[in-house]
Ligand binder design. Sequence first.
Ligand SMILES: NC(=O)c1ccc[n+]([C@@H]2O[C@H](COP(=O)([O-])OP(=O)(O)OC[C@H]3O[C@@H](n4cnc5c(N)ncnc54)[C@H](O)[C@@H]3O)[C@@H](O)[C@H]2O)c1
Length: 277
Amino acid sequence: MKDVVVLVGTGSIGQAIARRVGAGKKVILGDLKLEAAQSAAKIFDDAGFDTSATTVDISSRESILKLVEHAQTFGAVKNLICAAGVSPSQAPVEKILRVDLYGMAVMLEEFGKIIADGGSGVIISSQSGHRLGALSEEQNFQLATTPTEELLNLPFLRAITDTLKAYQYSKRCNVLRVAGQATPWGKRGATVNSISPGIIITPLAADELKGPRGDGYRKMLQASPAGRAGTPDEVGDLAEFLMSSRGRFISGADFLIDGGTTASYWFGDLQYLKATH
Ligand SMILES: NC(=O)c1ccc[n+]([C@@H]2O[C@H](COP(=O)([O-])OP(=O)(O)OC[C@H]3O[C@@H](n4cnc5c(N)ncnc54)[C@H](O)[C@@H]3O)[C@@H](O)[C@H]2O)c1
């Protein structure tokens, strides 16, 4: 038996994190698309990791429970990395809420029941969640604590009609859900945090840059404090710290890694975007 790392969403961000925490452990690579999991496994195996590729659909609790069971056959689950998701240009409102909001919430809940002592989890939210104005204290509480099966019935979620809002609420919910889960995870001796990246060059971001909002994204990047997009490795470095022994006092927190874009959106040169978001 080995310590187990579970990665769901085997895109570049997820892979960058798993590479940093997976040495000497069993790395479970789960994705909706088996080919995606298998091609990640090939890269990892060729680099000396011990992997198992599998399919999982995080929009289904049953599928998540199968993944939990599969992972535990190899040993104690020490690390969870959730980097699965669909973007506003990739899916309709209902699907975004089902995968990015509900799916992430169920992942946190189910892995929070079995995470090993000394373990840690990181889920990938987005800067997008930081562009919603303040929600009420009651809405924050509801997003953080409503039982997962009732989440999608919250009236303010049911009222969402555009995909960008669905994504923003989902990502805000990820952050609040992590805060809500810090207590049960803490009782098992584990930490859980979220990372909210800005634009990171991956296939998902490439879809966005080609999509209807592409021009806007390019202009935004040029005018942002960093003046560029981020790389999966930069997100990986942050996640590695959170999941390392140096990060044990950090739990229930969200980390924005966006080259200053959000700060500029609210208070700097990117304030012009407020009119369009
Ligand atoms: N790339 C960016 O600029 C950026 C910025 C902020 C946040 N994010 C977030 O980072 C995460 C990873 O994105 P990425 O850029 O690496 O994208 P990606 O498309 O390379 O990876 C996402 C993976 O999730 C998988 N997936 C989709 N639906 C799934 C489901 N129901 N169950 C299991 N797997 C599923 C996809 O098959 C894909 O392999 C996403 O949550 C995304 O919202 C990305």
